[in-house]
Design a protein around this ligand. Structure first.
Ligand SMILES: [Zn+2]
Length: 96
């Protein structure tokens, strides 16, 4: 599974979740054009900032690269319900 691949809609980023030593895993930018080698982070916010860097550099970054990462983040950081009083059904929904 990947969020974006080279050449999909002219994409210049190849991104996907790569499982790391922690439950959160990594957000990976494979063969990153900015770094000249693969780049990865454990931080979602840092990954989004990285995609922004690509766009700032004029690289094509499909919206679904952001969306895929956001969905993956949501899956791995489900709402705890601790901050909302009405989190009655905060469990998993369609985890196959
Ligand atoms: Zn990159």
């Amino acid at each position: 599974m990947s969020w974006s691949r080279f050449f999909w809609d002219g994409s210049e980023v190849y991104t996907f979740p790569s499982q790391g030593p922690t439950a959160e895993g990594h957000y990976e930018c494979c063969g990153c054009y900015l770094n000249g080698h693969s780049w990865k982070t454990l931080e979602y916010a840092e990954f989004v900032a990285h995609l922004d860097e690509h766009r700032a550099a004029g690289h094509e970054v499909p919206d679904y690269a952001y969306e895929g990462a956001a969905e993956w983040y949501a899956e791995h950081h489900p709402p705890t319900g601790e901050e909302t009083a009405d989190g009655a059904d905060a469990g998993e929904d369609d985890q196959a």
